[in-house]
Design a protein around this ligand. Structure first.
Ligand SMILES: [Fe+2]
Length: 211
């Protein structure tokens, strides 16, 4: 867990568009192929999901290392949001053409990354996160390496997210607009807004309910 000096919803925005990896995490998990790949966004009342596949491209350094394979890879990023603030990512890579996109990820390395930003104040949050994997389960060195890599990546995210909060504070009248790629965060924020509205609506008294 780390404490981040930003509204927890900025953490959610960051996770709902993993295109940021291309620009913020270029030495580990980002590359140009990711930003160029198409995506699909879905949503329910309390959920949002963004799915993206990068097929037949070299994996970025972290993932090539996990896979032990430098050749072309199929990469997946599936972002699952449950309001108000639970996100788990399905992320991984497999050697290109081994069936991952058709549902068989068994030739690759598959991770779940759980993110649980929890407000501590209106402009700060506790950022709980965990990496889970389905390979080399008993290799403690591997666990340590993934933790170290993940911690470094998280520091990069925190710097950007805190800078966003500062920019918002300095320009409170700035109007935001959404791009296509913001579909995931837009649906997430709508679900959060609905929950907040429901919680802050005055409770009906029996007399009001009878009217
Ligand atoms: Fe990130």
């Amino acid at each position: 867990m780390t404490e981040v000096k930003a509204d927890y919803r900025l953490v959610i925005d960051n996770l709902m568009d993993l295109t940021h990896e291309t620009f913020v995490h270029s030495s580990s998990i980002g590359n140009a192929a990711l930003a160029e790949a198409p995506f699909e966004a879905y949503h329910g009342d309390r959920t949002a999901r963004v799915e993206r596949w990068v097929l037949d491209q070299p994996a970025p350094p972290f993932w090539a290392g996990q896979l032990g394979h430098d050749g072309p890879a199929d990469r997946w990023q599936i972002i699952n949001f449950l309001a108000p603030a639970t996100i788990y990512l399905e992320v991984g890579v497999a050697p290109a053409g081994t069936g991952a996109a058709d549902g068989d990820r068994s030739k690759g390395v598959d991770m779940r990354v759980v993110h649980l930003p929890t407000p501590s104040t209106g402009k700060t949050c506790y950022y709980f996160w965990a990496h889970l994997r389905n390979y080399r389960l008993h290799d403690q060195g591997q666990t340590r390496r993934v933790l170290n890599a993940g911690s470094g990546i998280m520091v990069e995210d925190e710097r950007v997210i805190e800078a966003q909060q500062r920019a918002i504070d300095e320009h409170p009248d700035h109007v935001f607009y959404n791009l296509n790629i913001d579909a995931g965060s837009m649906w997430a924020r709508r679900a959060i807004d609905r929950m907040i509205a429901a919680e802050t609506m005055p409770a009906l008294t029996p007399a009001m309910a009878a009217e």
